[in-house]
Design a protein around this ligand. Structure first.
Ligand code: UD1
Ligand code: CA
Length: 504
C-alpha cells in the first residue's frame, strides 16, 4: 500500500436492516464466504489506519463478538439512543483518543465491494487536495433513495441532501426543488479532517425529514465555515452499493463472485463455466488447475496446481494437492494429497486425510480417516475413525464399524494390507502391515503380519433343494435343464440323501 495511512477508520454498523426481514443482523449476512461487516473490516484494515472503530447498536452483542473474532484490535463503539449516521460517527469518535488528528475515514458495514485500493486512493486524494472533507460519489442512472450531491456553479460540493428531504423540497417548490433529480449520489464513504469532523458533528441537529442526526450535514457545515469539500467520483458503481434487502445481497454476491472467478482466471486457472462456479474470497488456487462446471470452493479451501476439480463438487475448508482430481464430490475439512483421486460421488467429512496418489472412489464416505500414500478405498465403503497404511487396498463394500452405540473406536489397517470385499471391521481392531482379510469377513480381533483372517461361515451346497422346495418354478425348470445337460446319461438329479442336513 502507499505511504499515506489514515489516523482512523470508523465503520458504521449500528443500523437494524429492517428490509432484510431477518433474525440475523444485516451486517452478519454473508457473501463470498465473509459477512458484510467482514468485508468492510477487511477493506478498513488494509487501508492501514492507526485506529479502527466499529459502531454497533442493533444486536450489539452478536455484532461485537463478530468484530472481536475477525479483528481483535478493532475498537467496538456503542451508539446511544440518538439516531442517525452523524450520531453513529460521534460515538465512534468518542471511543478513539480525544486528541485524534489527521484523516478519519468513515465507511459502512453494509457496503461489501468497496476495495482497500479505493480507500487508499481516497486518503491520498483527500490529503493532497487539502480538503476538509472528501466524499466518494457515484453517478447512477437512477439515484433511488440515496443522498444527492449538491454542487454550486463552480462545481464545488456545497451539501448532501437526503432523498426524503429533497422530496419535501420539491413538494414545497423551494429553491432546492431540483435536487431530487440530481443523479450524483453520496456513497456514504468519506475522508474527514478529524478536527473538522469533531467540531461540525457537535453542531448537527435533527431537524430533518427523519428526525435523525445526519453525518451528511457535516459537509454543509464545513463548507459554511469556509472549508473545502471535495468529491471523489468513482466509476465502479458496485463499490458504493449497499445491501438493504436480500435481492441486493444476492446481486452483490454474484458480482463479488464474478470478480473472484475472474481474478483466478487471470492468475492461470481454467474455469470452464464461470456462471456456475462459486469461489469464496479466501480460497486460493494454483496454476493450470481446471475448475469444471457446478463447483463451489468455499471457506479456506486451497487447491494446488494442475489439479482438476468438478464437475458438481463442493469443497469447504479442503486442501487439494497438486495434480489431484476431485470429481462430483462433497468434502469438508479434508486434505487430499498430491496426485490423489477422489470421486465420483464421494463424501469426505472432517478429519479425512488422503495421502499422495491415494484414491477414494465412488459411494465412499470417510470421516476422521487417515489414508496413506497410494492407499485405495475405491468403492462403496464407510470409513470412519481409521488409519490406513501406505499402499493398502480396501475392497468394495467394506464397512468400518466404528460406533458401538455408545462410543467411537478406531481401526488400523497396516501398510500394503488387503481387505477383501464386503468385510466389516468391527472397531477397535488392528490389522498389521502385509496382512489379508478374506472377502465377506467380520473382523473383530487382531490380524498379524503375513496372516489372512477368514471370518465367515463356510459354504455348503444342498443338492436338490430347488426341486424339493420350489417345484414348478422357472428356477426349478432351469435347474432341471442344466442338470440334464450336465449329465445327459443319468436319469435324474443327485439324491437328497447325499446331504447330511435338512435345509429349508
Ligand atoms: C446514508 C446517507 C446517504 C447515502 C447512503 C449511502 C446519511 C444521513 N445518509 O443513507 O446520503 O446516500 O447512506 O448508502 O448519512 N447507521 C448507524 N447508526 C445509525 C444509522 C445508520 O450506524 O443510527 C449505519 C448503518 O448500519 C449503515 C450505515 O450507517 O451501515 C447507513 O445507514 P442507512 O440507514 O442505510 O443510511 P441511508 O439512509 O441509506
Ligand atoms: Ca442504506
Amino acid at each position: 500500500m502507499t505511504s499515506r495511512h489514515p489516523s482512523a477508520v470508523i465503520v458504521l454498523a449500528a443500523g437494524e436492516g429492517t428490509r432484510m426481514k431477518s433474525a440475523t443482523p444485516k451486517v452478519l449476512h454473508r457473501i463470498g464466504g465473509r459477512s458484510l461487516l467482514g468485508h468492510a473490516l477487511h477493506a478498513a484494515r488494509q487501508a492501514g489506519p492507526e485506529h479502527l472503530a466499529v459502531v454497533v447498536r442493533h444486536e450489539r452483542d452478536r455484532v461485537a463478538a463478530h468484530v472481536a473474532e475477525l479483528d481483535p484490535a478493532a475498537v467496538v463503539a456503542d451508539q446511544d439512543e440518538v439516531k442517525g449516521t452523524g450520531r453513529a460517527c460521534e460515538c465512534g469518535l468518542a471511543a478513539l483518543p480525544a486528541d485524534l488528528a489527521g484523516t478519519v475515514l468513515v465507511t459502512m458495514g453494509d457496503v461489501p465491494l468497496l476495495t482497500p485500493e479505493t480507500l487508499v486512493d481516497l486518503t491520498e486524494r483527500h490529503e493532497t487536495s487539502g480538503a476538509a472533507v472528501t466524499v466518494i460519489t457515484a453517478e447512477l442512472p437512477d439515484a433511488k433513495a440515496y443522498g444527492r450531491v449538491v454542487r454550486d456553479e463552480a462545481g464545488d460540493v456545497v451539501a448532501i441532501m437526503e432523498y426524503k428531504d429533497a422530496l419535501q423540497h420539491r413538494e414545497a417548490g423551494s429553491e432546492f426543488a431540483h435536487v431530487v433529480d440530481i443523479r450524483e449520489i453520496n456513497s456514504g464513504i468519506y475522508a474527514f479532517d478529524a478536527e473538522v469532523l469533531r467540531s461540525a458533528l457537535a453542531e448537527v441537529g435533527t431537524d430533518n425529514a427523519q428526525g435523525e442526526k445526519y453525518l451528511t450535514d457535516v459537509l454543509a457545515i464545513a463548507r459554511r465555515e469556509g472549508r473545502r469539500v471535495a468529491a471523489h467520483l468513482v466509476e465502479d458503481l458496485w463499490q458504493t452499493e449497499g445491501v438493504n434487502d436480500r435481492v441486493q445481497l444476492a446481486a452483490l454476491g454474484r458480482e463479488l463472485n464474478r470478480r473472484t472467478v475472474e481474478r483466478w482466471m487471470r492468475e492461470g486457472v481454467t474455469v470452464v463455466d464461470p456462471a456456475t462456479t462459486w469461489i469464496d474470497v479466501d480460497v486460493t488456487i494454483g496454476r493450470d488447475t481446471e475448475i469444471r462446471p457446478g463447483t463451489q470452493l468455499l471457506g479456506s479451501t486451497v487447491v494446488g496446481a494442475d489439479a482438476v476439480v468438478g464437475p458438481d463438487t463442493t469443497l469447504t475448508d479442503v486442501a487439494v494437492g497438486d495434480g489431484a482430481s476431485v470429481v462430483r464430490t462433497q468434502a469438508e475439512g479434508a486434505r487430499i494429497g498430491d496426485g490423489a483421486t477422489v470421486g465420483p460421488f464421494s463424501y469426505l467429512r472432517p478429519g479425512t486425510v488422503l495421502g499422495a496418489r491415494g484414491k477414494i472412489g465412488g459411494f465412499v464416505e470417510t470421516k476422521n480417516a487417515e489414508i496413506g500414500e497410494g492407499a485405495k478405498v475405491p468403492h462403496l465403503t464407510y470409513c470412519g475413525d481409521a488409519v490406513i497404511g501406505d499402499g493398502a487396498n480396501i475392497g468394495a463394500g467394506t464397512i468400518f464399524a466404528n460406533y458401538d452405540g455408545v462410543a467411537k473406536h478406531r481401526t488400523v489397517v497396516g501398510r500394503h494390507s488387503f481387505v477383501g470385499s464386503d468385510s466389516v471391521l468391527i472397531a477397535p481392531v488392528e490389522i498389521a502391515d502385509g496382512a489379508y482379510v478374506a472377502a465377506g469377513s467380520a473382523i473383530e480381533g487382531k490380524v498379524g503380519p503375513g496372516q489372512i483372517a477368514v471370518a465367515r461361515g463356510r459354504q455348503r451346497n444342498v443338492d436338490g433343494w430347488v426341486a424339493r422346495r420350489r417345484p414348478g418354478t422357472s428356477t426349478a425348470r432351469a435347474a432341471e435343464a442344466a442338470l440334464a445337460e450336465q449329465a445327459p446319461s443319468s436319469s435324474g438329479p443327485t439324491t437328497p440323501a447325499e446331504n447330511p442336513t435338512q435345509e429349508s
